[in-house]
Design a binder for this molecule. Structure first.
Ligand code: SF4
Length: 324
């Protein structure tokens, strides 16, 4: 029987929060390495396929299959299939933009976060030699994930020589962005922007507040998580980028065991780069999760200011949208 908890590692570091990581590594700023994946003129597939790439389980490319497996996993764990389990950190943090938007978007994208976890099982498991036979099911991938410790991923992916080659290259139907980060669709906040600082990073997930949170910070140093965003104006910086970015960085601080967070927001109108460097706020994470969970369970949320609804992609299904 599948077990959702199967892949939740018992690594003590995994559940511990706020401590300095045990591994030390080169923290000189540098661009996140994508292993062997080439990137010229935007996102594209790897230039060359490693021997493992052809063996990638093709069920990972099919949305309907992923959704079906996820629903079955929840059912077998006694969890209603319409209750969220896998939640993207960016989507969670958007609670501070609109509570209902945060939940509706999380529901819409849940299958992608589940897939991200399965893909991580594959790529980390491949590089760390956690399996000999090709995994051909989600259950097997989750089993493999349960044997992978965050600290060993961190050690390998944060190594001074850069990230290892990743056997993920030829997945039809997926973009490189899907594979690396289907989570933060704040396209304007490109962490490779000339305004952003550059640090290594890797994707991980952790269990908190009844959810499995999945995310990848824009960077990691030994003592802080780094998050980069951009905002159209000073007003949008204050109303959106700062509260959402702060929360996102706080969650990453817990997930990645860093005591501090560093948020930078490039304000396009005026060209200012706002920098916020402060301790990770665990209380903000708790509060966000508690409120998010309440909206997820009850479907009730405080409506935001009406201007926020003007271009909302979920307006047609939203039950709390204020009258214009
Ligand atoms: S329509 Fe408005 S209230 Fe509803 S999810 Fe969108 S932004 Fe939030």
């Amino acid at each position: 029987m599948y077990n959702i908890a199967l892949h939740l590692t018992t690594d003590p570091m995994y559940f511990h929060s706020g401590s300095t990581p045990q591994s030390s590594y080169d923290v000189r700023p540098r661009r996140p390495s994508l292993g062997s994946v080439a990137s010229e003129g935007g996102i594209r597939y790897a230039a060359e396929a490693g021997p493992m790439s052809e063996l990638m389980p093709d069920f990972l490319t099919e949305e309907a299959t992923i959704r079906r497996v996820l629903a079955r996993l929840k059912r077998e764990a006694g969890r209603p299939s319409d209750q969220l389990l896998y939640v993207g950190v960016h989507n969670l943090s958007q609670f501070w933009w609109c509570a209902m938007y945060s939940v509706l978007k999380s529901r819409d994208r849940e299958w992608q976060f589940f897939r991200a976890v399965l893909i991580d099982a594959w790529r980390y498991g491949s590089v760390l030699s956690k399996f000999k036979q090709i995994p051909r099911s989600a259950a097997r991938l989750l089993e493999i994930l349960s044997t992978i410790r965050q600290r060993e991923v961190e050690k390998r992916w944060m190594a001074p020589e850069g990230s290892p080659d990743i056997p993920w290259s030829l997945l039809p139907g997926l973009t490189l962005r899907d594979l690396i980060d289907p989570l933060d669709d704040d396209h304007a906040a490109d962490p490779s922007s000339e305004h952003a600082e550059s640090y290594p990073t890797y994707r991980w997930h952790f269990q908190r507040g009844g959810y499995i949170l999945v995310g990848v910070p824009d960077g990691l140093s030994e003592h802080f998580v780094y998050e980069f965003k951009s905002a159209a104006s000073d007003s949008m910086f204050r109303k959106v980028a700062r509260p959402v970015g702060r929360t996102q960085a706080d969650v990453y601080g817990l997930m990645y065991h860093r005591p501090d967070k560093r948020l930078q927001v490039y304000v396009r109108d005026g060209g200012a780069l706002e920098t916020l460097h402060e301790p990770v706020d665990k209380e903000r994470v708790k509060e966000t999760l508690r409120k998010f969970r309440s909206v997820d369970k009850t479907g009730n949320a405080m409506p935001p200011q009406p201007w926020k609804c003007r271009k909302c992609e979920y307006a047609s299904i939203c039950t709390v949208r204020p009258a214009a």
